[in-house]
Design a protein around this ligand. Structure first.
Ligand SMILES: NC(=O)C1=CN([C@@H]2O[C@H](COP(=O)(O)OP(=O)(O)OC[C@H]3O[C@@H](n4cnc5c(N)ncnc54)[C@H](O)[C@@H]3O)[C@@H](O)[C@H]2O)C=CC1
Ligand SMILES: O=C(O)CCC(=O)C(=O)O
Length: 417
């Protein structure tokens, strides 16, 4: 579905919606709609069979008015520079909504990691990072994991940059292994934040999460953690999917068993047989109370939004609902907790990791989780109250807060008169 939808156009439409409420100056709107730096790199890697393969990658810094730019690195065969620019723009608003002192960036490489050996993945990562290194730095631009990357990839990134600088620079990347200056709680942070906002949103719509039926699309870092923590919060997970397809059992799925036995296997969660097999599009339309899209963008569109049965959608993924879908969902009273709020837990704990690295002083997991929960709850409360003041949907309310903070910083710095 995402191939037919221009993700950057989607991000710009969202900005335009918020700009109307802020009465944003046209010139400033243009500044905020445009990335400050875009680098496209093409680089060779000698594969295990001796052949050379040329990869294409990107790093986009959208806005640095509020601090160093921050945002993940994605490895996915369908990424392009436009989607990476949209993801960078969403990072800017996300950091501003959570009120952490970062701007937004994103990086990506067009690659299907399933086709690479571990050695090829490491060589590709080190070469990509060397090519984009002019943009990176612990005070300038700090990557983190996203689709297709993980703590091991972050470790290679830190090592590559450290070798080039001549000493260890842990603060140049977050989501690292704990042994290398990673933070307790970062692996689970995005999914944990998704569930904290799910709990808050359940209160908003008067839904008892205890016994509520939840469907999760995507069973990677974000989706699997969200499913496990939602189950711990009392919900029943009735549907789960990954890139291969989904499974459904109205009586509930054994999330921990699926995670321990089927996550990352060639056949994915479909290998679990005590459930009905469903496609990813059927999964979105299953009967449930809460839907957590936690995979890729543009999954809920003008074509299927009217068939979504959940009362509450909590966006673990970036950009899973298109603007057309937003209008349909809002009209039928479905509450959508937007990505720039719902999945901000990852970058919030990345901020904690960066602070710990700069101080060389590390916190216990309880401290990380309680600070994360506090920020997620207060961000949710601010967005909910903006929603009431401006009489908008929750995405526009979150954007009003995020865009205003970035616009104010841009004006105060004198970047824009
Ligand atoms: N990792 C993080 O800290 C953060 C991630 N996100 C967003 O969350 C989403 C998921 O990211 P991660 O869990 O980190 O990635 P991941 O690579 O760990 O997992 C992605 C999951 O989505 C599945 N998937 C891929 N294509 C799919 C498709 N077409 N249909 C259904 N499932 C599909 C994969 O099989 C896998 O289960 C992305 O949109 C990402 O940008 C947002 C904030 C932070
Ligand atoms: O943890 C981070 O710095 C960024 C995570 C990310 O890429 C995202 O929130 O989309």
């Amino acid at each position: 579905m995402s191939q037919h939808i221009n993700i950057l156009e989607m991000a710009r439409r969202q900005l335009a919606d918020a700009a109307q409420y802020l009465d944003l100056d046209r010139g400033l709107h243009q500044v905020l709609a445009t990335p400050i730096r875009t680098l496209i790199v093409r680089f060779p890697v000698v594969m295990d069979n001796g052949e050379v393969q040329v990869f294409e990658g990107y790093r986009v810094q959208h806005n640095a008015s509020r601090g160093p730019t921050k945002g993940g690195i994605r490895y996915h065969p369908d990424v392009d520079v436009e989607e990476t620019s949209a993801l960078a723009m969403w990072m800017t608003w996300k950091c501003a909504v959570a009120n952490i002192p970062f701007g937004g960036a994103k990086g990506s490489v067009k690659v299907d990691t399933k086709l690479l050996s571990k050695r090829e993945l490491e060589k590709m990562t080190r070469r990509y990072v060397t090519e984009i290194n002019t943009m990176l730095g612990e005070r300038s631009d700090i990557p983190a994991p996203d689709i297709g990357t993980n703590a091991q990839v972050m470790a290679w990134i830190m090592d590559t940059i450290s070798m080039q600088v001549g000493h260890t620079v842990p603060g140049v990347v977050t989501g690292k292994p704990i042994e290398l200056g990673g933070s307790e709680g970062r692996v689970e942070a995005t999914g944990r934040g998704v569930v904290v906002t799910m709990e808050e949103a359940a209160k908003t719509i008067g839904l008892n999460l205890n016994g509520a039926k939840v469907v999760v699309q995507g069973f990677g870092n974000v989706g699997a953690t969200a499913a496990k923590l939602a189950e711990e919060a009392g919900a029943t997970i009735v549907g789960i999917s990954d890139a291969i397809g989904g499974i459904y059992n109205p009586k509930g799925l054994p999330v921990h068993e699926l995670f321990n036995r089927y996550q990352g296997r060639d056949g994915g969660v479909r290998e679990y047989k005590d459930a009905q097999a469903v496609s990813n599009s059927e999964l979105l339309e299953l009967p449930c109370d809460v839907l957590v899209p936690a995979a890729i963008a543009a999954q809920i569109t003008g074509d299927n939004a009217d068939r979504i049965r959940a009362k509450l959608i909590v966006e673990g993924a970036n950009g899973p609902c298109t603007p057309d879908a937003d209008h349909i969902l809002s009209d039928k009273g479905t509450l959508v907790v937007p990505d720039i709020l719902a999945n901000a837990g990852g970058v919030v704990v990345s901020y904690f990791e960066w602070v710990q690295d700069l101080q060389n002083f590390f916190w216990e997991e309880n401290e990380v989780n309680s600070k994360l929960t506090r920020i997620m709850r207060s961000s949710y409360a601010s967005v909910e109250s903006a929603m009431k003041v401006h009489k908008t949907d929750m995405r526009t309310a979150a954007l009003i807060i995020g865009v205003k903070r970035v616009a104010d910083a841009t004006i105060k710095r004198g970047i824009f008169p």
